[in-house]
Design a protein around this ligand. Structure first.
Ligand code: ADP
Length: 546
């Protein structure tokens, strides 16, 4: 027997309609590319998104066409998102930090018809224009007065493009499973692969993000997403915030400690989200200036593991709740978030922090398990670690154009490529990427755990651990350290600092110091490059053994 409820397709255009109807005057505040702070509302975004859809239709864009953006987090970028998606087309976010060859590969593979770009990125596209024969034009996200000189051909001024339209546009009444968004994984190995989101997956993901145990946004919130819209959908915040009418504060191009602090303070931000490197800059700024965070209620840290000292600094020194989150482009991206469970509120802070440094729990719509190499499920005891596998309605079942073949097992599980534990409360902790795990004497050593402790040393800025060949143990850990500017620190100091904090046999066989650790376009430590740099490195323990 069928239920007798309405069939109401889950489309992202419903989200912006809702924001317009019930939160029309709620603000979106942007630090603009042109410089000043610009204020707009959901009603304005709703109107201008429909103008974008009209203008694109005039340019010949229709259902199923791919239109790209290369923009910072700002209100215009939101208008373009909703405009493209509301037309039934696909919004492809390009990450300007990718290598030029990768960008042109991605834009060609996706068959981008137009690229909307902030003027900051004109040089990035000028450098690859010749490799993009199918791109019909470049829309500069500014007004006539701020149009820069450029070598690009077929340039359109955004405000002039949408200016003549009246906004009288009915969103495309597409099936909820229609594609609406596209984001490529950075492809540390092989070509980048496209993750193709649907209207339905984005709506369900937005609802999962707004789950009270996840980001739990409400209309009273003022949310600052530092996480970029050009990578993994700004963690779904630009869908989730309008769904509840939360104020949005968009940082544009400036993510240094002072600029972020200024927005947190003047816009009375209550919730914010970014990768650890951004929070490191903010914490340095706060320490140096003695400023506080009186309005901020919670900070979400994800994308890379949040070190313990960072969680402690926010919780102890600034009274801000930390939610450690984990996810992937393939998961829209939220996979887990570490809010406390009932009964834990009375725990001593130290014990709460033990929970908060883990990557958190799966919200409803994410199924999660860990397995051994043979695919057998492992216990949820917080000790056994194995391959982290996930299932859910906002998780990829295939990559764009079938790239990479079948990515699910017979039961529909997607292997995240991460190694993790799950404890009896349901909290997941990442120990490593499967390809970065260090295998020593048949046992696994977690590089992430050692790195997170090492960066707690007051003279250390960043640390990475890689496995180095060892004739007896297969691999032993090498700790690579970037000292803080102006500081000198010795191998012995670092090893003494680790003592007692990790199992003795996890202790790195050596510590080396370098000026900079290479990062991927999404800000992650590039272990592949580090392994190449240290390919011929011989551990002193090997020499000693001979
Ligand atoms: P990329 O395109 O760089 O792969 P993703 O955002 O999709 O970008 O990367 C997802 C991966 O990032 C995860 O599989 C995991 O290894 C890592 N990651 C994300 N969040 C965390 C976290 N909180 N702690 C540790 N690793 C994380």
């Amino acid at each position: 027997m069928q239920g007798l409820m309405q069939s109401w397709p889950l489309r992202v255009s419903n989200i912006i309609d809702h924001a317009n109807n019930f939160h029309g005057d709620r603000e979106i505040v942007t630090r603009s590319v042109e410089g000043p702070i610009v204020r707009t509302t959901y009603a304005q975004i709703h109107l201008r998104a429909r103008k974008v859809a009209q203008a694109l239709a005039r340019l010949g864009i229709g259902e199923g066409d791919v239109v790209a953006t290369m923009c910072w987090n700002n209100a215009r970028h939101m208008e373009v998102w909703y405009g493209i998606m509301g037309l039934g087309a696909v919004c492809h976010t390009l990450n300007p930090r990718l290598f030029p060859e990768q960008l042109s590969y991605i834009a060609n593979h996706a068959e981008d018809k137009y690229i909307f770009l902030d003027t900051t990125f004109v040089p990035v596209l000028e450098a690859i224009e010749d490799t993009l024969p199918k791109v019909r034009g470049f829309v500069f996200m500014t007004d006539r007065a701020h149009m820069p000189a450029t070598k690009l051909k077929n340039v359109i001024c955004y405000e002039e493009l949408i200016g003549p339209e009246d906004g009288d546009f009915r969103w495309a009444q597409v099936d909820e499973n229609t594609a609406c968004g596209l984001c490529y994984t950075s492809g540390t190995t092989g070509n980048p692969k496209g993750v193709l989101y649907s209207h339905r997956s984005n709506v369900l993901h937005a609802m999962a993000v707004n789950n009270g145990d996840a980001l739990g946004m409400r209309s009273v919130d003022s949310m600052l997403p530092v996480v970029p819209m050009f990578h993994a959908n700004a963690w779904g915040i630009t869908f989730a915030a309008p769904a509840v009418g939360a104020k949005l504060v968009m940082p544009g191009a400036k993510m240094d400690g002072e600029s972020i602090y200024e927005l947190l303070d003047t816009e009375k931000v209550t919730a914010t989200a970014a990768v650890p490197t951004v929070w490191l800059m903010l914490l340095h700024y706060l320490e140096a200036t003695g400023k506080q965070l009186p309005y901020l209620d919670r900070v979400v840290i994800g994308g890379s593991a949040a070190p313990r000292y960072m969680v402690e600094a926010f919780e102890r020194n600034y009274g801000v709740k930390v939610f450690h989150a984990w996810g992937m482009t393939e998961m829209s991206p939220l996979g887990s978030l570490g809010s406390l469970k009932g009964g834990m509120e009375d725990w001593p802070l130290e014990k709460q922090i033990d929970v908060k440094v883990k990557q958190g729990r799966a919200p409803f719509t994410v199924e999660m398990k860990i397995t051994d190499d043979e695919g057998r499920s492992l216990p949820h005891d917080g000790k056994a670690f194995g391959h982290l596998k996930v299932r859910g309605p906002a998780i990829a079942r295939s990559y764009m154009k079938g790239e990479g073949g079948n990515i699910l097992d017979e039961e529909g599980w997607f292997d995240t490529g991460d190694i993790a534990t799950l404890d009896s409360y349901g909290y997941m902790q990442i120990t490593d990427r499967a390809k970065d795990v260090i295998k020593s004497g048949g046992e696994w050593i977690s590089s992430i755990e050692i790195e997170n402790i090492a960066v707690g040393h007051p003279k250390v800025t960043e640390a990475a651990v890689i496995g180095i060949f060892h004739p007896k143990w297969d691999e032993r850990p090498l700790l690579i350290v970037v000292p803080k500017e102006g500081e000198t620190v010795t191998r012995e100091e670092i090893l003494a600092y680790l003592e007692g904090k990790i199992a003795k046999w996890w202790t790195p066989d050596d510590v080396v110091f370098i000026e900079e650790i290479p990062h991927t376009a999404t800000g992650k430590i590039q272990k592949l490059t580090l392994r190449e740099i240290f390919r011929d490195y011989r551990l002193p323990s090997v020499d000693a053994a001979e």
